[in-house]
Design a protein around this ligand. Structure first.
Ligand SMILES: [Fe+2]
Length: 295
């Protein structure tokens, strides 16, 4: 349903034409294929839309995203003994207390339980503090200056699973920290690849992704107080089913390159690409789209 702000703009014939072109591009690209593909879907929608309404701006738009591509030579880093004993104990105490008493009945939490077999807490104040403290470590491992994004505690239980996917650039770099676990539970990373296109959405097959030798998947195993820094928006990654009856308590600290605040938010692309005013009508629709778990 359109809100009053858009209805007012639609009285302008130029805006109406752009709005209709944006709706057609959204329909042409279609739905997402995996849970964290909203950014890539919108990027593909914007490319489709610009090809119609301002084809001369397409190359400028695409090049504008270069800062969100991995630095040359980027590879996964393993970080040993990330925190001192007192910090480890504090993290574990918070995590266990949340596991014992957490009663989040929101739609988003239900979705996390159903799709990942995990309980999640976003941006706990103590973990936000740790995330800020780790900014230098994460930037060094990433090979570029970073900004802190969001973080979340991820308490995987029996039934824990994470199918192949790529993350959004808002979480371009993830520092994946192991608090404690019942068993070793490998995470698999592909080599760095180009962003998937709309063709990938249409043919998406998670089993085929796992089995594709060209993606060069490697398995990494975390032990408590170890972390991995990976580029989740340019590396496919997955975890198979957790061993029966097992658990794995992880912290995900997300970072993205400094200077990319507008780029990582599709609804802000019109503000970023000031030479492409046509993006305004499309970003108005991005602003109003809902995501899984948001009701
Ligand atoms: Fe991910």
């Amino acid at each position: 349903m359109l809100d009053d702000a858009i209805k007012t703009k639609l009285r302008d014939p130029t805006y109406l034409d752009l709005h209709l072109a944006a709706v057609r591009s959204l329909n042409r690209v279609g739905p997402t294929s995996w849970y964290d593909a909203h950014f890539l879907r919108r990027y593909e929608v914007a490319r489709d839309y610009l090809a119609v309404v301002n084809p001369g701006a397409l190359a400028t738009f695409e090049r504008g995203f270069d800062p969100l591509k991995p630095p040359p030579g980027f590879d996964v880093s393993v970080l040993q003994n990330l925190f001192d004993d007192d910090t480890c104990a504090q993290i574990k105490a918070i995590s266990r207390s949340i596991k014992a008493g957490h009663q989040d009945l929101s739609l988003k939490s239900q979705w996390e339980r159903e799709y990942f077999g995990r309980q999640v807490v976003w941006d706990h104040p103590y973990f936000l503090e740790l995330q800020r403290d780790l900014l230098g470590v994460a930037s060094e491992a990433a090979g570029c200056t970073l900004r802190t994004g969001y973080n979340f505690l991820s308490l995987y239980g029996s039934g824990g699973l994470c199918d192949p996917h790529m993350d959004e650039p808002m979480s371009m770099f993830t520092l994946d920290y192991c608090i404690e676990q019942s068993d070793e539970w490998p995470i698999h990373f592909s080599q760095v690849v180009d962003w998937p296109t709309v063709e990938t959405f249409r043919q998406f097959d998670p089993v085929a992704v796992k089995d594709d030798p060209a993606l060069g998947f490697r398995a990494f195993i975390l032990q408590p107080n170890q972390a991995l820094l990976f580029n989740g928006s340019s590396q496919w990654h997955y975890r198979n089913n957790i061993p029966t009856g097992g658990f794995c308590d992880l912290l995900f600290f997300h970072y993205y390159p400094a200077g990319c605040d507008d780029l990582v938010e599709p609804k802000r692309w019109a503000s970023h690409f000031t030479s492409i005013p046509e993006l305004g009508a499309l970003c108005d629709l991005f602003e109003r789209e809902r995501r899984p778990g948001e009701g």
